[in-house]
Write a protein that binds this ligand. Structure first.
Ligand SMILES: Cc1cc2nc3c(=O)[nH]c(=O)nc-3n(C[C@H](O)[C@H](O)[C@H](O)COP(=O)(O)OP(=O)(O)OC[C@H]3O[C@@H](n4cnc5c(N)ncnc54)[C@H](O)[C@@H]3O)c2cc1C
Length: 433
């Protein structure tokens, strides 16, 4: 008997695994395009994660363009108008010039940023479900990814069909592993990080401290607190710091920023120290039949250059545009476009994470990075509007315009992202963890 080929409507146009900065932003953008979107996360809404949180100009530009920056500002996130590089005893303060609609940088706590993006995604129509874990991928008999198997807190698994599965599930992405995403470039170096929060410190703007073999930083954030971090080569973290991160933190801060370290006693620490042992950067194949990766799942660079969230927001935008075009070629273009913007930043992060520089060399790398970031901002600023944001503030006319735009975009993308299966039932082929 001839095999019957069917094309039918999946439950969702896109299921996104991971609902933090990359996943929530992708969910919001795809929902604004009119797609039916489900974002899932094994964590909880509004919780913290292992990350400091300085945003660069490209990230702020995206948040403003999406109408999410207002929410960050309304949460009392301080505006950062200078960023100061301390090379040994020399301080180089740089004012944030108003440009591309950005007149300040921000370092919102992840409890604020990720929740604001999830709220915006829900406002745009996305469903978001917490406390559930990706347990497997569904595939058609032709091998195309056609949905996920989701495990609830009760241990019960349920299949969910989707035209596209997006892995926004972080650097140890299960979607990447189950989809068989190959890593095609890896970094050579990794730095260990320890950070904590203090109130009562006078931290005006971003401060980045560099001395041979060590670095540190201070970022003003929500609730009148400052995030203070230190970074060292991975080996030093493993040999000397991981067993006692508190003493390690104070020792490295005194080495990298002795003057600032002396002021720490005037503040009060809230919460515990958090340590990150380091992880070499990588680029992973970030698309395939029925699947894509965004954020750290697809591309990770050492956090020493504080650019991962900005990367995640940029790549959510690039991915959503590719999905709107609705072809596998467009997804290939997404990866190529990401890599063209990310490679220079990746190399700079890897260089700095080597800690094998002297002060003139790290300054040169920072200048090269600044050129790369300007290129990134120019590329983002040149993008046209992805579609009207469906925000109540737009009023009835805004809604009508949004709805007309969405139906066109939806028609474009749905023709491609409808579930295709050679047999009527998709089959779960792989289980995770
Ligand atoms: C120490 C440190 C400091 C950093 N500092 C900065 C900084 O100052 N500025 C900056 O821009 N970037 C910084 N970064 C990088 C930044 O944190 C990441 O680039 C960013 O978090 C990536 O976001 P994401 O949404 O892709 O992934 P994540 O934030 O990792 O989110 C992934 C989500 O997926 C969920 N998930 C994972 N697996 C599953 C599963 N199987 N089922 C369901 N859900 C799942 C997780 O619960 C999580 O919520 C830092 C990183 C580290 C480690």
């Amino acid at each position: 008997m001839a095999k019957e080929t069917t094309t039918r409507r999946p439950a969702y146009d896109a299921v996104i695994v991971g609902a933090r900065c990359s996943g929530a932003a992708t969910a919001m953008l795809l929902s604004r395009l009119g797609l039916r979107v489900l974002a899932v996360d094994r964590g909880r809404y509004g919780t913290d994660t292992l990350s400091t949180h300085a945003l660069m100009r490209g990230g702020v530009l995206q948040l403003r363009r999406w109408g999410v920056l207002d929410r960050i500002q309304a949460a009392g996130t301080p505006a950062v108008r200078t960023t100061t590089f301390h090379y040994g005893d020399e301080a180089l303060a740089i004012a944030i010039k108003p440009r591309d609609g950005v007149d300040a940088l921000y370092a919102p706590r992840r409890t604020v940023l990720d929740a604001a993006l999830v709220d915006a995604a829900r406002d745009a129509g996305a469903e978001v479900e917490y406390g559930v874990r990706l347990a497997g991928l569904l595939r058609s008999s032709a091998g195309r990814v056609s949905g996920i198997v989701l495990e609830g807190p009760d241990g019960n698994a349920r299949p969910i069909e989707a035209g596209l599965v997006v892995g926004a599930d972080g650097l140890r992405s299960t979607v990447a592993r189950l989809a068989g995403a190959a890593t095609y470039r890896v970094g050579r170096h990794a730095g260990g990080v320890v950070y904590g929060y203090w109130s009562g410190l006078d931290v005006d703007g971003f401060h980045w401290y560099f001395r041979p073999g060590v670095s540190a930083g201070a970022l003003p954030t929500n609730g009148g607190e400052a995030c203070v971090f230190v970074a060292v080569p991975e080996q030093r973290f493993r040999d000397e710091i991981r067993f006692d991160v508190a003493s390690g933190f104070h020792r490295v801060l005194a080495e990298s920023a002795p003057e600032f370290a002396r002021t720490l006693g005037s503040g009060r620490q809230s919460g515990n120290f958090r340590g990150f042992a380091g992880e070499a950067g990588f680029f992973r194949q970030s698309y395939g039949p029925g699947w894509a990766l965004v954020g750290d799942a697809g591309y990770f660079r050492d956090p020493i250059t504080a650019h991962g969230i900005t990367d995640a927001l940029r790549d959510a935008e690039l991915l959503a545009r590719a999905v709107a075009r609705g072809t596998d070629e467009a997804l290939a273009g997404y990866q190529a476009g990401r890599d063209a913007l990310a490679l220079g930043l990746f190399e700079a992060s890897d260089d700095i994470a080597s800690f094998a520089w002297d002060l003139p060399a790290v300054q040169r790398t920072h200048r090269a990075m600044s050129d790369e970031m300007n290129r990134e901002v120019a590329a983002l600023a040149a993008l046209d509007d992805l579609g009207p944001a469906a925000s109540p503030a737009r009023g009835a006319d805004g809604y009508r315009a949004a709805s007309a735009w969405r139906s066109q975009a939806r028609a474009r993308s749905q023709s491609r992202w409808a579930v295709r299966s050679d047999t009527p039932s998709a089959s779960a082929v792989s289980c995770s963890e």
